[in-house]
Write a protein that binds this ligand. Structure first.
Ligand code: CNA
Length: 361
């Protein structure tokens, strides 16, 4: 089983070669790909992406959102997996980690941490849980509403096209958007429930929220000793068993992977993009291109990552739509003929949640 791990430094391919233009890079990648294949054949080091040329047959008529839309329309029983990160919740008012200036990592000075990531590390939490709970107070789903991206995922489910939604988010907005628990994998856990670190007594979100909002570290009422930690997976903790069990089952049968609002740097989540079949199209909806493997690892056949280079023999199935997730999801919905349905769903659900909040306050 794997621990949650942040490998950001190893995965910034663009920063390694700042002087090389992307066109030059593409040509070099192409050459490297040929050499890699030659060596792989000579040394009998064929990886799964080399072994079946059939599986690389083009499945998209064009490498664009339109290509993806036609593919969905032509595959009546298309099994779609969605993978999401903090970017699908930023328009709800919840900051992500890594966006410059607005991301959490750029706004942690007040917590006096040894390094920004410490706030999400188990070892640091055991020593000093206060910064985590101070941050939790800012992040707790209080009055936040799911975004159009969340409701687009729900629409995929409603249309019978969603095989599973994998999220790194801990904000519970997917649940709030009405995705049923069996379709949802909260890979990094959730604030929805919590547990005493000493006696494992379970606690609910409303119980924890009350303490966190009062600025009190939640202490177990059963053993009167342990701190109650929300069931979010901190760096250094194991991912839920459900994640491992379902990824093994789901990714091999997916017909389409849609990745939204993630920098794809936290492992093992990030490498799920490699778990789909070699001819399964992958659509990235994000502000920036992410998830491309560095050229050395690709050369060595270690991991493919997303390949937006149309000239590569492994390309021809990955599409990047760059911009705001909500806009990208609405565009997809429009092109699929569900545009009004999505707008309606967002409006009705937001009205319902607003009414609920008014009643509570
Ligand atoms: P990240 O590393 O902060 O990356 C976010 C990505 O989304 C970046 O590539 C951004 O450019 C992009 N992005 C941000 N806003 C938008 C937008 N509106 N439209 C399109 N793209 C956008 O976050 P990841 O999720 O990749 O990192 C994984 C961590 C973040 C997980 O372990 C989470 O638990 C953790 N996290 C979760 C939340 C949450 O639950 N809402 C908030 C902050 C951090």
């Amino acid at each position: 089983m794997s621990e949650r791990d942040d490998t950001e430094k190893e995965e910034k391919p663009n920063e390694e070669t700042p002087n090389i233009s992307s066109e030059q890079e593409e040509v070099e990648d192409c050459d490297m790909e040929k050499i890699r294949k030659y060596l792989a054949q000579k040394l009998r080091l064929l990886d799964s992406s080399d072994c079946d040329e059939q599986s690389h047959q083009k499945v998209l008529r064009e490498l664009s959102v339109d290509g993806i839309v036609n593919y969905i329309k032509e595959n009546e029983n298309c099994k779609i997996i969605t993978m999401a990160g903090a970017g699908i919740s930023t328009s709800a008012g919840i900051p992500d980690f890594r966006s410059p200036s607005s991301g959490l990592y750029h706004n942690l000075a007040k917590y006096n941490l040894p390094h920004p990531q410490a706030i999400f590390e188990l070892d640091y939490f055991m020593e000093n849980p206060e910064p985590f709970f101070m941050l939790a107070k800012e992040l707790l789903p209080e009055g936040f509403k799911p975004t159009p991206s969340h409701y687009f995922i729900r629409l995929l489910w409603r249309k019978g096209l969603l095989l599973r939604h994998y999220t790194q988010n801990i904000d519970t907005l997917e649940r709030m958007a009405g995705l049923p628990p069996d379709i949802l994998v909260e890979a990094h856990g959730t604030f929805h429930t919590g547990r005493c670190l000493k006696c494992r007594a379970p606690y609910t979100l409303p119980w924890m929220k009350e303490k966190i909002i009062e600025g009190v570290i939640p202490k177990c009422e059963e053993c009167n000793e342990g701190v109650v930690k929300p069931d979010v997976v901190l760096f250094g903790e194991m991912l839920p068993e459900r994640f491992h069990y379902l990824t093994d089952r789901d990714f091999a049968q997916a017909d389409l992977l849609i990745i939204m609002g993630s920098s794809l740097v936290v492992q093992p989540f990030a490498s799920l993009v490699d778990r789909v079949r070699p001819n399964c199209p992958r659509l990235l909806i994000n502000k920036e291109k992410v998830g491309m493997q560095d050229r050395l690892s690709r050369f060595l056949g270690l991991r493919q990552g997303l390949i937006f280079d149309t000239r590569s023999s492994h390309g021809g199935r990955d599409v990047a739509w760059l911009g705001d997730c909500d806009t990208g999801c609405q565009l997809l919905a429009d092109k699929l003929g569900w545009g009004d349905e999505l707008k309606d769903l967002v409006k009705k659900e937001h009205e319902r949640l607003d009414a609920e909040n008014t009643k509570k306050n």
